[in-house]
Design a protein around this ligand. Structure first.
Ligand SMILES: Nc1ncnc2c1ncn2[C@@H]1O[C@H](COP(=O)(O)OP(=O)(O)O)[C@@H](O)[C@H]1O
Ligand SMILES: [Mg+2]
Length: 517
């Protein structure tokens, strides 16, 4: 978590590369851009978004107006709330500290916060911050404005195959991403899947919530029986399971989305368990009678009792049901102008000051609903060829080269690599969702006085209108040992245009606007 440090200071090699680039023929890319990249790579530390997810100070009610209840689960109640300064709507999950199983509950809370902090995927809810009060913990997350899937399914007509497939594809890609981080959810169910604004082309857009029971898994089998009975895989009862248990639950979700009925039922708990263990389900129930063979096949593949035979998440993403319905194409559809706009944004993206890097990370994380982000989201999906939720270097090179070529721009591979290094802000070797969005999205909507003020105050801890070196140290407090005293001073100096030793709001605006326009 936090700033990742990597050896980016191999200047000799960098100089050589620079010379090579100068002599190579790169159409339409001004040399100036390549040079400024050089400056960025000399920075000894790199910003990661988790620096901006922290514990809020003081009473949560000072910052947020807590409004109506959105829902209630087994652990907490969730309220729609508003950031008093920016009017941003958020969901606040209130988790009481003092319950009979106090210790257990608290560990669930810490677990949920820790896991959410590591996840960054367009189909997983974003955590903004958390608070600890005398009696409660509070988790502040992105607000999903269309309610949970259970409500949607109960209140609406049956879903079409395309709508069902769009939801399932997003669920599989969220879980594939979790698996790349060795995380299993263990309580995937309709109530834990939220709907947001529709996608650009009118398909449902989902977010997975509730990571209270999630777990970072290792090589051994899991043995804790946890989850919701209707969705539980048979091996969970036998206390010997792996991350494949999530695939079974996704099978139950798929079945329910299409039929509005659970595949496994029983009047009593033992009978329900019996039905799950016998893997008894009707593949021709209601609308399934007329469903495509591919849909039925996917259901069969998800309900394999033997976990080695059960379809893996990556196989599911490549299943012919999605291919035939062209779901990925539909979810990532963009006009030529939209693609062009994103590519231009990527080309000019150059946050060479630390304050710019931290601010853009803060802004993209905290204001995910601006229009430009939707377009960049679709492009992200297009480039993530293997659908695992991150963009590997080879994917980036191949897909970006193709995209530039489709726009009649010939691009040198070295140039694509410099773009990759700029976007991969934490030097992880692959690009994560927000890293990409920071570069590709049209950010004009962020050029708003109250949003910029909000970002300024993320640094200006005492809110007196000036960012001092001490406040920079507080902002980057987790990395104190890694950043030298000189570097702390430099962070301020880079933006201190009138050289009075502090950054005022005007100076901040000038520096930040450069990366937003
Ligand atoms: N980010 C959100 N936006 C809108 N509604 C939410 C959000 N998070 C939770 N809810 C509502 O609150 C309910 C309970 O939240 P959840 O996190 O699942 O709590 P629990 O861990 O107690 O099950 C959800 O089913 C949903 O209806
Ligand atoms: Mg829940």
């Amino acid at each position: 978590m936090g700033i990742y440090f990597c050896d980016c200071s191999n200047t000799e090699k960098a100089e050589e590369e620079e010379k090579e680039k100068e002599t190579s023929s790169i159409n339409e890319i001004p040399l100036k851009e390549i040079k400024s990249k050089q400056l960025l790579s000399e920075q000894s530390f790199k910003i990661d978004k988790s620096i901006i997810i922290g514990k809020g100070d003081g009473d949560i009610r000072e910052k947020y107006k807590i409004g109506r209840k959105l829902g209630k689960g087994s652990f907490g109640e969730v309220y729609l709330s508003t950031d008093k300064k920016t009017n941003k709507k958020v969901a606040i999950k209130v988790l009481p500290k003092t319950k009979s199983h106090k210790e257990n509950i608290n560990s669930e809370i810490v677990n949920e916060i820790d896991i959410l902090k590591t996840l960054e995927h367009q189909n997983i809810v974003k955590i903004y911050e958390f608070y600890e009060g005398k009696n409660n913990f509070y988790i502040v997350t992105e607000y999903c404005n269309e309610g949970n899937l259970k409500r949607k399914i109960t209140q609406n007509e049956f879903l079409s195959e395309i709508e069902t497939a769009a939801i399932m594809f997003q669920l599989f890609s969220a879980i594939s991403y979790c698996n790349t981080k060795n995380i299993m959810h263990r309580d995937l169910k309709l109530e834990n899947i939220m709907l947001n604004d529709k996608t650009l082309f009118g398909l449902p857009f989902i977010k997975v919530i509730d990571f209270g029971t999630a777990k970072i898994y290792e090589k051994e089998y899991e043995n804790l029986v946890i989850g919701t009975l209707f969705y539980m895989a048979p091996e969970v009862f036998n206390k010997k399971y792996t991350e494949k248990c999530d695939m079974w639950s996704l099978g139950v979700i798929l079945y329910y989305l299409f039929t509005k009925k659970f595949p496994f039922q029983g009047p009593t708990k033992p009978k329900l368990i019996h039905s799950i263990e016998n893997c008894n389900y009707n593949i021709n129930l209601g609308p399934l009678k007329k469903a495509s063979d591919e849909l039925k096949d996917l259901i069969h593949q998800l309900f394999k009792k033997n976990i080695n035979e059960r379809i893996s998440v990556n196989e599911a993403l490549n299943h012919s049901w999605f291919k035939n319905l062209k779901i990925k194409e539909k979810l990532s559809e963009l006009t030529t102008e939209q693609i062009n706009e994103c590519l231009n944004n990527i080309k000019k993206y150059n946050p060479d000051k630390v304050i710019q890097q931290a601010s853009i990370a803060f802004l993209i994380h905290n204001f995910p609903h601006i229009e430009g982000i939707k377009i960049a989201n679709s492009l992200y999906l297009k480039i993530d060829h293997n659908n695992n939720g991150v963009i590997e270097k080879n994917e980036f090179i191949k897909e970006l080269t193709n995209l530039f070529e489709e726009q009649n721009q010939k691009i040198d591979e070295n140039y694509i690599l410099t773009l990759f290094d700029k976007i991969d802000a934490d030097c992880s070797g692959y690009i994560e969702h927000e890293e990409f969005i920071r570069a590709a999205a049209n950010k004009n909507d962020l050029l708003n006085e109250s949003i910029l003020k909000n970002c300024f105050e993320y640094f200006d801890k005492n809110k007196n209108g000036e960012i001092t070196v001490d406040e920079i140290k507080k902002t980057f407090k987790n990395y104190k040992e890694k950043i030298t005293e000189d570097e702390f001073y430099n962070i301020v100096k880079e933006c201190d245009l009138d050289k009075n030793g502090v950054i005022d709001f005007n100076e901040f605006k000038i520096v930040i606007e450069k990366i937003l326009i």
